[in-house]
Design a protein around this ligand. Structure first.
Ligand SMILES: *Cc1c(COP(=O)(O)O)cnc(C)c1O
Length: 402
């Protein structure tokens, strides 16, 4: 049998992952995503229904009645699947409307949809840059930006996370290149830190570079009108390109986009491989995303609820004596240091009816294990109070707080 060698090599890798404590298991939800979720039984002493504080469902749209209704109408009027890429026979009016709606919402010239933000990022750099150019990226950027950059032939420069001195040095080194593109996450997902956009944009203007922000954790969430990190800093018109996801605040299903300069979007439609060689988004998703975007653009009520819950949770946990990384994003890291403690605390919280996840090395630096909470506008004030009580109880029990 020809497969024999594979089995032993793969088994050894799996054993290594297990031995390092990095083996990931998947918790099964039996029902929709939301503030309260039903988890399959068989998780020790955990109750069947728990509060969910670890989804990217920032605005609670993943199971919102108006989004569900739009999805059903999309299915009914536009069918189930496109069975085509966009440029053959996979473009519906819904795709063009969603692209237009995203451009209008974000104040950009044009938008191109992808099956995911992962695809948007892997399809961007190679289509735009070649060996004459330079791409300069933050060391903590999302995996999809890293992979996208790997796929292109441009010279690569990497600066230490948020290190503006290193960014400037890289820009100087790249001064002879034809084009320079700075790529950064808008919000860094393990810490909830925002990119230092005012400085990044300033340096870009000084050294003649364009700026790309992957705003997956911020579109719909940050900024006075929910337009994301550039909006938060009042820099919406000084960022050249934004990539984003429909899989977080904007409904949470799937899908992604690149938005910004008209010529670049036009070129992406001609050259971007995940766009050219992968199926069009299904009508259920485009129709629902249009409705999600409408709810996001309509006003500030959902974001106001999200801000209120986030601020309350942060103050309560700091008040109890937990080490909470300061910030304003609904990603809230509770620093514990020890990896085993983070795992134990997450397990105990689940038994107390609160679902959160502990993160440790190599996802975060050694000695910086943490529990990462993500607040959602779907949580009621009472539910957040309930979560705080569980943190207090478990924190005291494990000696994290007194
Ligand atoms: C979630 C995320 C992605 C991936 O988005 P998908 O649409 O799920 O592929 C890309 N970049 C960042 C920064 C993210 O947080």
């Amino acid at each position: 049998m020809a497969y024999g060698a594979f089995k032993s090599v793969i088994d050894a890798q799996l054993a290594e992952i297990r031995a390092a404590g990095l083996y990931k298991t998947e918790r099964q939800l039996v029902g929709p995503q939301g503030a309260q979720i039903r988890v399959a039984s068989g998780h020790g002493h955990a109750p069947d229904t728990v509060l969910n504080l670890c989804a990217n469902n920032y605005l609670g749209l993943a199971n919102h009645p108006e989004v569900l209704k739009a999805a059903a109408e999309g299915l009914q009027h536009h069918g189930y699947g496109m069975a085509s890429v966009r440029f053959i026979c996979g473009t519906q009016d819904l795709h063009k409307r969603l692209e237009q709606a995203l451009s209008t919402f974000l104040g950009t010239a044009d938008t191109i949809l992808y099956s995911s933000c992962f695809d948007a990022n892997t399809g961007l750099f190679e289509a735009v840059l070649d060996e004459r150019d330079a791409v300069i990226s933050d060391a903590l950027n999302h995996a999809s930006l890293i992979d996208g950059i790997r796929l292109c032939k441009a010279q690569r420069f990497r600066y230490g996370h948020a290190d503006m001195g290193e960014l400037e040095a890289a820009l100087k080194q790249a001064s002879a290149c034809r084009l320079r593109l700075i790529a950064t996450d808008g919000v860094f997902s393990m810490d909830g830190h925002l990119a230092r956009l005012p400085e990044i944009v300033g340096l870009a203007e000084r050294y003649d570079a364009a700026v790309l922000v992957d705003d997956s954790h911020a579109t719909g969430v940050l900024g006075p009108s929910g337009r994301g990190t550039p909006d938060h800093f009042g820099l919406a018109d000084r960022v050249d390109l934004i990539t984003g996801t429909l899989g977080k605040a904007l409904g949470g299903a799937s899908g992604g986009f690149t938005t910004g300069r008209a010529e670049i979007i036009e070129l992406l439609r001609q050259r971007s491989r995940p766009y050219l060689f992968s199926n069009a988004l299904p009508p259920v998703i485009t129709a629902a995303a249009l409705q999600a975007l409408k709810l996001v653009a309509q006003g500030d009520a959902l974001r106001a609820a999200l801000r209120a819950r986030t601020a309350f949770f942060r103050t309560q946990l700091s008040g109890l004596g937990f080490t909470v990384t300061p910030g304003e994003h609904p990603i809230i890291p509770i620093m514990l240091g020890d990896a085993a403690l983070a795992t134990r605390m997450a397990d105990r919280l689940l038994e107390e009816g609160v679902y959160v996840v502990g993160f440790s090395y190599p996802v975060v630096p050694k000695g910086q294990a943490r529990i990462r909470v993500q607040v959602s506008a779907a949580l009621s004030h009472e539910q957040v109070e309930q979560a705080v009580k569980a943190f207090a109880k478990v924190g005291r029990e494990l000696g994290v707080i007194r």
